[in-house]
Write a protein that binds this ligand. Structure first.
Ligand code: G1P
Length: 302
């Protein structure tokens, strides 16, 4: 079966980015000049996804507006002959068919995915989480779709993480692997390092078979008293094999401030329009204004 539909959960409150997220969705915070959710939608489009559902909540109208047409703005740009900008704006609204459903209560990722049940129907589907942005030659979702096409079973996107980060992620237990494809024996949501079966972490991309919906309907709240997708996947393993694909690409955890800054700097350095001058600016800043490591060490010891 082909993977043509995708789910992007975007109902979270974004408390880690307050006050910026008091009156705007965290998914609309820009990396350089592009809202983070647009990078995710572009990955879905480049992976061959045809229909997309975004799970939203209250205060998320800006996301819908972003992927809609803005006739007034288009007319103004045309009048001012800002044609390049006009094309950019038009492109966003014609990227893909985007649908929306509201998650009325924040009951966890598993519950958010369950909200897409009717839209997805009886097909395998992709899940892309907005806190993980991956720069890759081949989009990660496409990498996972290829693994799915081979196995016709649920595939999770994973990478190795450092010990100190293990407790932030769903962690994979495995005993067999064929190159970058691991057969999953178990999954644990955000274990303590000492209880973790490995350092292989689920990093925000999944291809899942529709059986997950029946399971999610009766999945009890787990870690953090939320209905966890990871717990439902554990149950899915009774019905089918699950695989973990180590994807290639550099992943940014934009769900935390440091990761967000790293993505901002690296994406800006890559830009044709501002990359050069920005590099020069960073270079001069490092030369002149930042205290040296010795200075920091001395000021700490005083
Ligand atoms: C979710 C998943 C977790 C996964 C992570 C990836 O957690 O529950 O298994 O490793 O996304 O970013 P969250 O970060 O939404 O709490």
């Amino acid at each position: 079966m082909k993977v043509k539909k995708a789910v992007i959960p975007a109902a979270g409150l974004g408390t880690r980015f307050l006050p910026a997220t008091k009156a705007q969705p965290k998914e609309m915070l820009p990396i350089v000049d592009t809202p983070t959710i647009q990078y995710i939608v572009e990955e879905a489009v480049e992976s061959g996804i045809e229909d997309l559902i975004i799970i939203t909540g209250r205060h998320k109208r800006a996301i819908e507006d972003h992927f809609d047409k803005n006739i007034e703005l288009e007319m103004a740009l045309e009048r001012k002959q800002k044609l390049e900008m006009l094309e950019q704006i038009k492109d966003i609204s014609s990227l893909i068919n985007v649908h929306y459903v509201r998650q009325k209560e924040a009951k966890g990722l598993g519950h958010a995915i369950l909200c897409a049940k009717t839209f997805i129907g009886n097909e395998p589907f992709a899940v892309l989480l907005g806190d993980d942005i991956v720069k890759a030659k081949k989009p990660v979702t496409k990498q996972l779709i290829e693994a799915f096409e081979e196995k016709q079973s649920t595939v999770i996107g994973v990478q190795k993480v450092k010990d100190e980060n293990v407790s932030k992620y769903g962690i994979v237990e495995y005993s067999k692997n064929n190159g970058d494809l691991y057969k999953v024996d178990g999954l644990v949501e955000k274990p303590e390092l000492k209880d973790a079966p490995s350092n292989i972490a689920i990093l925000g991309r999944y291809i899942i078979t529709p059986e997950i919906f029946n399971i999610l309907e009766s999945t009890p709240p787990g870690k953090g008293s939320e209905i966890q997708l990871t717990d439902a996947l554990v149950e899915l393993m009774d019905k089918e094999d699950i695989y973990a694909q180590v994807f290639s690409g550099k992943r940014y955890d934009i769900g935390n401030k440091l990761g967000f800054l790293e993505a901002t700097i690296e994406f800006a350095l890559d830009r044709e329009d501002i990359g050069g001058p920005f590099r020069e600016y960073l270079y001069s800043l490092l030369q002149q204004e930042l205290p040296s490591l010795e200075e920091i060490a001395t000021s700490k010891s005083n």
